[in-house]
Design a protein around this ligand. Sequence first.
Ligand code: FES
Length: 164
Amino acid sequence: MTLLQTRPPLPSDDRRWKLVNATMRRNGYAGHALIETLHSVQDAFGFLDETAMRFVAGSLDLSLSKVYGVATFYHLFMLKPKGRHACVVCTGTACYIKGAGRLVAAMEERFGIMPGETTADGRLSVLTARCVGACGLAPAVVLDGSLQGKLVPPDLMAKLEALD
Ligand code: FES
């Protein structure tokens, strides 16, 4: 990207975008940073959606089709989940130490799905992220885009069961 090109603003004030932006900045917003940047999106959000791909494409001066092509070619990238609701459990170090594994186990027991899976009725998808930028609130979960901190399994189950 040349100095004359303007980069898109962060999609929202969600601090996770700053983590993604930091990866691109560290690489001088160069196109070769695409895969590392997509990893950074997935690590922070648990999956790649169109908003993220548009932001990355605009920031790295790449076409959306190029970004989408790379995201779908590599099976290690997870596209936006199919469930009506998405529960992203942070399994980074701080959250792991504070019991993220118990949250994952509770969801498996209650809903029969592991991270990366969606319930048969399409109601809920469970994903994991590597750090959602809220380590002080560990263990943290992002439920339909809303950060929930210091969760214990019964609280999370109550929130999930209250979903439509
Ligand atoms: S490790 Fe979970 S928010 Fe950072």
